[in-house]
Design a protein around this ligand. Structure first.
Ligand code: ADP
Length: 290
């Protein structure tokens, strides 16, 4: 055995693959037609596995710079997947479509209108019952726990239209998190909410995130929200869509602390200003796709 082999720690030698890896990913819509649109080009990044913690990646950029396309590709949605070039890997394996390891939360409340809160939250476990080996009693018990966790205890038998926007988004969060996805994709999840509700949801998400330790990609129009959530903030540029700048030296969101308290600190506001200055430079790139 070589010297290096004798000294190598067995733990160090088992290098875990990144949680998510984009290798030179590009996406062109309607190629070869007059409507051709290069939505993404040369997206190349790797998010390392940080067990027991996860990472929060916040994505901002001008409209049409490919933010949603990136999330939808990673979700494996058939409207967008596969990429036109490059490769997308999750835990070292190429993805080939959606999977329960990736949960998506949209801006529009994505619950089934004809189902109660309880049925909505049970749904994901029910359709994956065979794969997960969970019986119905356990499914209902887990759903009730998640409904409590997102602050909807007592609303189990209501239908989505009987809930406020913030409550509907809580249902969407419970529906997604009950499946314990290692990767959570959020596309403008709170932008339809009023400011106080949005702050409540920000706190809820940070508190829950401690527990689920997932890797979260969140697209947001709010630079304050991006800096609040992000371990990293990516500023995208358009034509073609790509990461213009990554900010990593961001103070972490503190669970249990009121978002407004964090967001008023001079250190926080200085970081928002840095991101805003970068964002402004992306506006020089005119949108060319429809
Ligand atoms: P963002 O989320 O940053 O606003 P999108 O990812 O939605 O941007 O869109 C990036 C570009 O790709 C836009 O120019 C948009 O019109 C185009 N695009 C997105 N989805 C499709 C699609 N399914 N078919 C054709 N073009 C699309």
């Amino acid at each position: 055995m070589s010297q290096a082999g004798e000294n190598a720690s067995p733990v160090a030698s088992v290098q875990k693959p990144p949680v998510v890896e984009f290798r030179h990913v590009g996406k062109t819509f309607d190629p070869g037609t007059p409507r051709q649109c290069v939505a993404l080009e040369e997206l190349d990044f790797s998010i390392e596995d940080t067990p027991g913690r996860g990472e929060f990646i916040a994505i901002v950029g001008p409209s049409g710079c490919g933010k949603s396309t990136m999330l939808n590709l990673l979700a494996g949605f058939k409207e967008v997947y596969p990429p036109s070039c490059g490769e997308i890997l999750v835990h070292g394996r190429p993805i080939c479509g959606p999977g329960i390891d990736r949960g998506m939360i949209f801006q529009k409340y994505s619950s089934f209108p004809q189902m109660t809160v309880l049925r909505n939250v049970c749904f994901g476990l029910e359709i994956n019952r065979r794969k997960l080996g969970t019986d119905q009693k356990e499914i209902v018990s887990q759903a009730r726990q998640w409904i409590e966790r997102v602050g909807l205890g007592g609303h189990e038998n209501k239908y989505p239209h009987q809930l406020s926007g913030g409550q509907q988004q809580r249902v969407a969060i419970a529906r997604s998190l009950i499946l314990k996805p290692q990767i959570i994709l959020m596309d403008e999840p709170f932008s339809a909410l009023d400011e106080p509700t949005r702050l409540e949801m920000q706190k809820l998400l940070v508190d829950l995130w401690q527990e689920i330790a997932a890797t979260v990609f969140i697209v947001t129009h709010s630079l304050v929200e991006a800096v609040y959530f992000g371990d990293r903030v990516w500023v995208f540029r358009r034509n073609p869509g790509s990461i213009q700048k990554e900010f990593r030296d961001i103070p972490p969101a503190v669970p249990g602390m009121a978002p407004l308290e964090v967001q008023r600190s001079p250190q926080f506001l200085a970081m928002v200003e840095r991101v805003a200055a970068e964002f402004r430079t992306t506006l020089d790139h005119q949108q060319v796709c429809a």
